[in-house]
Design a protein around this ligand. Sequence first.
Ligand SMILES: [Zn+2]
Length: 313
Amino acid sequence: MKAQPLSASDGAASHHTCLLPGGYLDQNDELHREAELVCLSGRHEESLASRPESVPAAVLVTQILSQCVKRIGSVCPVTDDVARRLLVADRQYLLLKLREVTFGDRVEGTLGCPWPTCGAKVDIDFSIADLPVKRCEQVAPTYQVELTPEASPVDADGATHRTITFRLPNGADQESLAPGVADDPARTLTRLLERCIVGTETGCDEGSDLVDRLTARARREIEGAMEATAPRLELEMDLACPECGRAFTAPFELQDFFFGELNTTQDMLYRQVHYLAYHYHWSESEILAMPRDKRLAYIGVLADEIEALNSAV
Ligand SMILES: [Zn+2]
């Protein structure tokens, strides 16, 4: 089999840019919005395949983003710490963009119909570019919400707090809260508020005492203000079951989908490397620098040629 040796530049991934729905605020509160990323290579798949199962998805997202996002505005390199300080919607957006540049814009899959008596498979099929994105024009380190008098919490010494200062949830919050999310979602939400409420008009900055004193109404007002301020990706899908005809809404589980799609075993990956190295004489690092689609395309070409040779004999 004749093949040209692959040069290092052929293996280098091309760079793509996109505009974050929120943006990254650096230490000087300067906002950086344009992100530059490269598609996922075999190397990234290898590091994902060798991870311990107990690593929470939020931690993986941080790792993947710091490996594949090369620059945000003038912030370069994008370290784990930078990836952690990105807003939740910016992390989701970057994950979607990574998926788009690696495997394409079209998302196809199936979900189970939620009706217990049905459970039929429902197809999902959409393009990433069509997902509605609520952008945030005024990203700030903190925001203030004025509570209604009925909702304002009262101190032990009788002082009433009307103005609550909060920041928006980011990757560090997701990583820190990940272990409890499945077991106790209500407790997780309380801890998120404790982390994100940074003060009141009297300047106190302890979150947990204050959150304990918040009424349900005050929490709703604060959560509503956070939602109104934060950038957001609309990941809810309106679906109809072809079997029972019922309409329902389901969230697109972005992280599960992303990591599920990437779930190559090390064994499969090393077989691909072996096959390509054996026939093309490329090095392991050249092969692992390629995105999956490209590796599989070459393997497909080889398989066709081998079959053509066999049938010619
Ligand atoms: Zn159904």
